[in-house]
Design a binder for this molecule. Sequence first.
Ligand code: KE4
Length: 423
Amino acid sequence: MTFASTELFRRAQEYMPGGVNSPVRACLAVGTEPLFIDHARGSRIYSVDGGEYVDFVLSWGPMLLGHAHPAVTAAVCEAAGRGASFGAPCPDELYLAQLLVAALPAVEMVRMVNSGTEAAMSALRLARACTGRSAFLKFTGCYHGHADPFLAAAGSGVASLSLPGTPGVPPGVVADTLLCAYNDLQGAERLFAARGRDIAAVIVEPAAANMGLVLPAPGFLQGLRALCTRNGSLLIFDEVITGFRVAYGGAQTRFGIQPDLTVLGKIIGGGLPVGAYGGKAEYMRRIAPAGDVYQAGTLSGNPAASAAGRAMLETLQGCAYEALEQRVEGFCRELENLFAAKGLPVCINRCASMFALFFTEGPVRDFAGAAAADAGRWARFYRFMRGRGFYLAPSAFETAMVSFAHTDGEFAAFVDAARDFAG
Ligand code: KE4
């Protein structure tokens, strides 16, 4: 017997905080309850209630090939049949590491972990060890996972639920977290002028996708690169979302900027739990057991997850990124035109195969701009579109993801439904 989402959610709340295993999924920011998903295939996701939806969440980014891609599914099944986990080196983790190093110009060595959070916290620990410094700079509205040092003015679920950023995190832990508005290069320069010699790293989403989508202004990333070089700090690109999405070689290829360390996740695991951090060998060799910076993980380099990531990246090598980007650009332009024709202020930021729709005149260049958008209208839009068979992120501080499986017909149907929403 299958239960409806509402019954499952009622029960789930008795066993898991908020009935979910990650806050933003609870749909609190959009005034409804979450769907429980039975299965997914290609661009579509199917609820236990029999609902069918065109999926623009894609598990928050990983499913760039679409759900249940045959190559990835076959790789996972084959690997699992040989044993789910060994706690010992296996060929696929090496092959995945080789694919990452081959694809990412700033990555000479890589360490596999199990989530983006673990990757970001480890990269920060490494940067602090390599520089002997403690302070680091992050940007308001950027999200680098839930490790203590990053929960100051974070994006994603922290922003969606208007949570005070750091309950349970001792003030001393975030005392070294310096904050600046995204795209505020002068603000970053002032922080470096005041504390340059204390700053171990700057960590940045090279396209910020956790406050909706906010793109780097011309010169912003280049400016951060120069600031870090000048002050002996490490530049960390958090490419958990942009990695293999904005280009096969990530944002560091798209924007032509080499960070010192790169944080990865999502796509590189093909939907299974994987994260990674990497960078110049001179830094990575500080990681135990090669060096003295400790970091470990029971399931790191897991054979099934590594096989999924390997199949994902090998398949992506044959995909037409440019063509998908052009299709998404056309889709976003049609949305802009329809809302303009209805006199509804909307700003749509897009980059490659992801976009964010803000109910505000715009432009949206930082978290303040994103927060000024009409979140109530977003919640109504979310509920309306879900009713019309489109599965969006349940928050105005997330980014819509498109896969190679999405069709032009699905884009057109989305535009039609959005036009009906606009009235
Ligand atoms: P995970 O620990 O969730 O694997 O990765 C953390 C992370 C790090 N860096 C960036 C740029 C990220 O976007 C994320 C996680 N992304 C959010 C959605 N935008 C995860 C969704 C959730 O928390 O449920």
